[in-house]
Design a protein around this ligand. Structure first.
Ligand SMILES: Cc1cc2nc3c(=O)[nH]c(=O)nc-3n(C[C@H](O)[C@H](O)[C@H](O)COP(=O)(O)O)c2cc1C
Length: 184
């Protein structure tokens, strides 16, 4: 099956976006994909803020993007857009780091006023980086994501249904990606 890089773009230590992505990773893994989690907040700040393209952590992240067939990009909505740390990382990747990749954009936010942030803010950036296929994304309200006392995640039923649908569409799109013929 496919290799999926699951990128959480929240700077928060108790991130709902991160929890949601790791929850969805399990569904992709169960469908036979190899899922590699990446939390942008673990990338050294000096590399991100100093635009250090040659920093070993940035080189490593670039290789993870190269290896992946599919990328899940999850972000909290901050100030009506995607997070600054996510942008800081994307800025350090090669211009066409998403060339040939299938991408699933996801967002969490506090207000339905910004439900379209994926489409007006994130999608154009992913497209400019060469993404072959950006499947339908989903915006989940933060109040629909709850961490239970035992640490497990609970997602409101309507959001679960929508997220299951977009994850499964992403999984199907990964299965349909063209297989490049070996050079002869
Ligand atoms: C600095 C900041 C700015 C925010 N701006 C918005 C916003 O413009 N629109 C919105 O819907 N939610 C906004 N929120 C709410 C977050 O998007 C929401 O709580 C999200 O689930 C947080 O995700 P996280 O826990 O992964 O960081 C903001 C939160 C913070 C901390």
């Amino acid at each position: 099956m496919a290799t999926v890089l699951s990128v959480s773009g929240s700077p928060s230590a108790s991130s709902r976006t991160n929890r949601l992505l790791r929850h969805l990773d399990r569904r992709l893994t169960a469908q036979g994909h190899e899922v590699i989690p990446l939390d942008v907040r673990t990338v050294p700040a000096e590399a991100l803020l100093g635009a250090d393209f040659k920093h070993p952590a940035i080189v490593e992240v670039t290789e993870l993007f190269e290896r992946a067939d599919g990328i899940v990009v999850g972000t909290p909505v901050y100030k009506a857009s995607y997070s600054g740390v996510l942008k800081a990382l994307l800025d350090l990747l090669p211009q066409y780091a998403l060339l040939g990749k299938t991408v699933l954009p996801l967002a969490t936010g506090g207000s339905t006023a910004h439900v379209l942030a994926i489409d007006y803010a994130l999608r154009p950036v992913l497209s400019s980086m060469g993404a072959a296929h950006i499947v339908q994304g989903w915006f989940t309200l933060d109040k629909d994501i709850t961490v239970q006392d035992d640490g497990s995640l609970s997602v409101a039923p309507a959001a679960t249904e929508a997220l299951t649908q977009v994850v499964d569409q992403f999984s199907t799109a990964l299965g349909r990606r063209p297989v490049l013929a070996a050079a002869g």
